[in-house]
Ligand binder design. Sequence first.
Ligand code: ATP
Ligand code: MG
Length: 780
Amino acid sequence: PGDTRDRLLEGLNPQQREAVEYRGPALLIVAGAGSGKTSVLTRRIASLLASREAWPSQILAITFTNKAANEMRERVEALVGQKAEGMWISTFHSACVRILRREAEHFGFTRNFTIYDSADSRALIKRIVKDLDADAVGLTVSAVANKISKLKNELSDVESYARQANFNDPNEVMFLECFRQYTRELQRANAFDFDDLLAQTVYLFRAFPGVAAIYQRRFRHILVDEYQDTNHAQYSLIRELTRSPEPEALGPGDTNVRILDDRGSVPPASLTVVGDSDQSIYAFRGADIRNIVEFERDFPNTKVILLEQNYRSTQNILDAANSVISNNFDRKDKKLFTTIGAGEKIVGYTGYSGHDEAQFVADEINALHKSGIAYKDMAVFYRTNSQTRALEEIFIRSALPYRIVGGTKFYERAEIKDVMAYLVCIANPADPLALRRIMNVPKRGIGPATEAALQAHADRDEVSLRESMRSVELLGLGPKVTGAIRELVDLLDELTGIQEKTMVPNLLQTLLERTKYIDALRASRDPQDEARAENVEELLAVAKEFQRNNPGGRLLDFLTEVALVAAADELDDSSGTVSLMTLHTAKGLEYEAVFITGVEEDLLPHRMSAGEPGGPAEERRLFYVGITRARKRLYLSLAMTRSMFGDVSVAMPSRYLQEIPPELIDWRQSPGDATSRGGTQPRALNARREKFSYGGSLPPGPSATRPAIRQHEWANKVTNQVRDNGDLTLEKGDRIRHVDFGDGRVVDVTGAGTKRIAEVQFDTAGRKRLLIKIAPIEKL
Ligand code: ATP
Ligand code: MG
């Protein structure tokens, strides 16, 4: 055991060791990025197991993504040297689904409930808004959906909302009705939406102390990573789980002698949370930074441990991160240090356009790759998904292997949703949403009128839509459509009957054959349909893989897994590709080289954050999260013009760039350089530019330390006359000369008018894309 203990503490600094070995009711580890919070949590679990203080089944660890959960499980098992079955390491949502699958029967649901994703709940809300004509008082589908979600995260339900609603306000009255209807429909469909998974579990624990006691007794050690991003519902769940079970809730035989304290009652579970308030980036989803700030008050006798050494990044990267985040007020100042050394400077680049920026990123990735950094150790971050288009175009052209994390939306494709809807119908016969979706897919002659007749029958008899289909013969519909409905409902009932004894791939195969779903796609003349058929086959492959990993798994388990696939779960480290993802998805991850693109006003901070209280501060934390993902190399890039939704607009450097000490950034092309060669709207650009104070971070810009004369020169450079090449016509094969890049040959010309772009192979500077109108070039 001594050996194991040594192995578990090996390489840890004294604070980290303490965090692994401390025993007590509550432990709060607050520390900046990359200081080993997640690593310490992992070792702490291993230490509890290795010392036999806990059985695997007594541990509940909460991570931010399913992928992080899998990693943590693997590391714990490697450290302890054995499989730790029965240990719960999962996201909040997965843990709640597991609990609800066991306990839903207590409050009017059954264990085969459906999980509605946000698209499903929106579809339902849309129907309700339409039925109630909520538009008339100005209620939109989004407004209703957002408000319901917010209320659920605050653990409000229809009754509690009704108690404080203002009944003189027609808008509130209408919203209340929508909320009521929505709740009723979910219940009828035996379905939970995403927010329900948490809220209903909390409700379950509060309403049924006997049920709560099972879990309060079972979990002796609860550990939560990324605690700064928990919302009120998640916080409440933790709170419920860390109470002592009510003595009367403990049935005979329940008393586990091992854990009784000297008064004969079960002490509360011990709680460990780790977090960094500077990385709180989900306030818009109800995450409450106060949860971490007020932890000590909520959990008396809390031990607090601070970690200050960063093991991830070079000093230059850390200095940039520290300096950016110190601009947020209302935070505890903490300075991270590292012994890794200064490392390379941060590289800055200002592209003329998003494409130019993307080309720079691609060229650098190639160079880094040649210098020995694997593709999988590089990542490109952006604020919004709309930025991926330019990156993808260039990456494809440069033959760079890449992968968009969280953007692939496989499960959002229509054909996948269709097949999944069939599976949901099989698992949960009460669900009308799924049934409506597949009623006439593939086409079988069941039109909207027929569906309405079935629904009317269901409403009149207060039965499910599926039940109403079973008695289709009573409805007096035509013989053909009656036959089609009979055939569909019989098929669904048959598959529902065998789901528990059938392997998932076989069930799916049978379904596809009997509905002729793939055949219908293959028979179509639409070339898109062939791709759709392939996607469905891909789903079959997913099912096979699921079955390999979960030999005893059945349809319900498969549906649960699919419903919970979070964005970051699609990451696959083993694949040799560069990862592209949003800054939000990047949380908790690390890479050798990181590119943060679009470091511009309106993107970072995002335009939408301006009106939100605390918005810009949250955006700054997001930037901080991005910077601190980098181990050795950090690139910050922006573009002077950016085309979005077909419009080209002038972009401004992000205010956050000024917050990085200028000596840390090596500008390959500074905003000043790029502006002197213009943008597509020169006058507007210069007018805005003068108002913008560059601060010191954009060399050769002015800074407190630079002599005034330099500031003056620099200002001239920025407001320089914009170049205009007018009608310069270039063709493939032309030789040109560029001010910086030297001579080169035009290899392609695309676009029209003022947006014509030349792709040029320079003799020494590589391949570039130039906006002909404004590029500093001449024809030779
Ligand atoms: P974040 O705030 O970004 O989630 P974190 O605090 O969870 O970061 P970890 O991911 O646990 O930090 O650790 C960052 C890196 O430092 C990892 O690569 C980890 O393996 C390494 N590391 C942590 N502690 C040590 C240590 N004592 N010695 C060497 N490396 C360490
Ligand atoms: Mg972490």
